[in-house]
Design a protein. Structure first.
Length: 86
């Protein structure tokens, strides 16, 4: 997933997230999201299922914001994360 230790996959990906990954083994169906261009490219709020927005600024690098319920969520974001709901 990342080039560093991951304590819980819950903070990296969520159900219905759209991710960009690299296939590393076709027989065992193994994928990798290690790399800045790999990871979540579109995410939805775990509570209200609305598209999550990436806040501006570097202090919230892997954090996303829900414009409806106001919560922040962590993901392993791709550098290609979409900032629009389209």
């Amino acid at each position: 997933m990342k080039d560093r230790y991951v304590k819980d996959i819950y903070y990296e990906f969520a159900q219905f997230d759209i991710i960009k990954a690299k296939v590393i083994d076709t027989k065992l169906m193994r994928l990798s999201t290690s790399g800045s261009d790999l990871g979540v490219i579109k995410a939805y709020c775990r509570k209200c299922h609305v598209f999550l927005i990436k806040p501006s600024g570097n202090d919230k690098r892997d954090k996303l914001f829900c414009p409806v319920c106001g919560t922040y969520e962590s993901r392993k974001l791709s550098s290609d994360y979409s900032s629009s709901a389209a």
